[in-house]
Design a protein around this ligand. Structure first.
Ligand code: FAD
Length: 409
């Protein structure tokens, strides 16, 4: 693996860094003001996001994650490798409320677009993928259920039953990111079509337009008290005798589990890339604060313990970045399956390491660190959820350990 960024990556990095300085960071207080506006229609995305999207698109900073391997008509995506995209996603992670959405590179739409590109029919791609690539609509991915331990996806209990030319869906989902937003028009729902089949062939995925009769978006779930309204919240959704045409099935019946696995692999690396950007921002804030704040006669930066936090943070960020870049390189060269161990390793290592760095940055700020006056508290809350979402740490460790042990059997 070559450690140097290639010419295209460097060019896009320069452009993106300038876009962050000129447009994204100045928009952060605008976003906060728009979110606090009492006249805002509930759960709508503040208009500053659309303004940034228009500018990003004009500059060609659009759908950078997307690679059309499936012959979708038209010009889509920048055609970057994972290794080229990784340092760009990292930069967007420095302002996670704004930058990924500005570039149309935000979860869960990215994973849903990749899923539709890979497994959707021509009709499904035309109807849903095309407007998603143009950010005309938003989407959500509905797997997790309050009643069952959803980290084991074979537990998912929502029923998807065939009835003539239709499927009928009944179940309850929660923490469905993006689904509070009225611009979220389509839900990819995972449920059971055949509870009698072997455990990994019971599930299927169907496309359910959010306005289908029987779909009730009940409430927005919070994350340590944050409603995450800037990217459409996390909805609890009830499905009661919801009917969709049979053509809304994605792939074939029984393929839901395999499709979910294929969707989550690239999604995990995107989260990790952005989390490294969060860590860089935290370290920068920690260094600035430690240099300015004086306690017991000298700046905090002159305390050995604070220097230890700063040095450790730098070491840990460099370790993470190398592992994430290696994983991206493996995904490009041997494919997602060949990079399975590394994808799990970064999913285990990144959120908890970034959590450690954020914690030190909070500590260095004193009370300001937990306040609304720095981004640290919200960054901490968002990053902490990554130890649960897309598979809890323990589940990845279990799977990685089993693969490791198999070598010695
Ligand atoms: C902010 C946020 C956004 C989310 N967005 C989405 C979304 O868009 N769509 C969606 O479908 N879901 C979403 N989720 C849900 C997320 O994917 C689930 O919370 C996650 O998969 C865990 O499932 P669970 O909550 O049912 O936990 P459970 O399955 O009940 O697990 C609870 C805990 O048990 C432990 N555990 C489980 N298995 C093992 C094991 N084998 N060994 C040891 N310990 C174990 C782990 O510590 C785990 O955290 C989101 C969650 C959050 C917090």
């Amino acid at each position: 693996m070559d450690f140097a960024y290639d010419a295209r990556t460097n060019e896009l990095r320069e452009q993106l860094l300038a876009f962050m300085d000129e447009h994204v960071y100045p928009a952060e207080p605008v976003l906060a003001a728009q979110l606090a506006d009492p006249d805002r229609a509930p759960w709508t995305i503040p208009p500053v996001v659309a303004d940034l999207q228009a500018e990003a698109r004009k500059q060609g900073l659009w759908n950078l994650f997307f690679v059309d391997k499936h012959g979708i008509p038209g010009e889509h995506g920048a055609g970057l490798t994972n290794l080229q995209y990784a340092p760009l996603a990292e930069i967007t992670g420095r302002s996670p409320q704004l930058a990924p959405s500005a570039l149309n590179c935000a979860a869960p739409d990215t994973g849903n677009m990749e899923l539709l590109a890979q497994f959707g029919s021509a009709e499904q791609r035309e109807r849903w993928l095309r407007p998603l690539l143009d950010a005309e609509i938003r989407s959500a991915f509905a797997m997790t259920e309050p009643e069952v331990a959803s980290s084991d996806a074979t537990n998912v209990a929502t029923r998807i039953e065939r009835d003539g030319d239709e499927y009928v869906i009944n179940g309850r989902k929660w923490y469905i990111t993006g689904a509070m937003n009225p611009d979220c028009r389509i839900l990819i729902v995972m449920g059971k079509t055949d509870p009698a089949a072997e455990p990994h062939r019971q599930q299927s995925m169907v496309l359910v337009p959010r306005d289908t009769p029987g779909v009730t978006v009940k409430r927005g779930m919070t994350v340590f008290g944050y409603d995450d309204a800037d990217h459409g919240g996390h909805a609890e959704v009830l499905f009661e005798d919801v009917r969709v045409p049979a053509s809304h099935l994605i792939g074939e019946e029984g393929a839901g589990f395999a499709i979910a696995q294929a969707r989550l692999g690239p999604g995990r690396i995107h989260h990790c890339m952005r989390a490294i950007g969060i860590a860089e921002r935290a370290l920068e804030l920690m260094c600035r604060r430690a240099g300015e704040r004086v306690a017991f006669g000298k700046p905090l930066a002159e305390q050995g313990v604070v220097q230890d936090w700063i040095a450790e943070s730098r070491v840990r960020i460099e370790q993470l970045r190398l592992l994430v870049l290696k994983t991206a390189w493996l995904m490009d060269t041997v494919g997602n399956r060949g990079a399975h161990t590394e994808i799990q390793a970064i999913k285990i290592a990144t959120p908890s390491t970034v959590e450690w760095i954020l914690d030190k940055a909070v500590q260095a700020h004193g009370a300001a660190g937990v306040s609304q006056d720095t981004p640290l508290a919200q960054l901490w809350a968002g990053n902490r959820t990554l130890r649960l979402a897309d598979g809890p740490d323990e589940v990845h460790k279990r799977s990685l350990a089993r693969r490791e042990l198999r070598k010695y059997r």
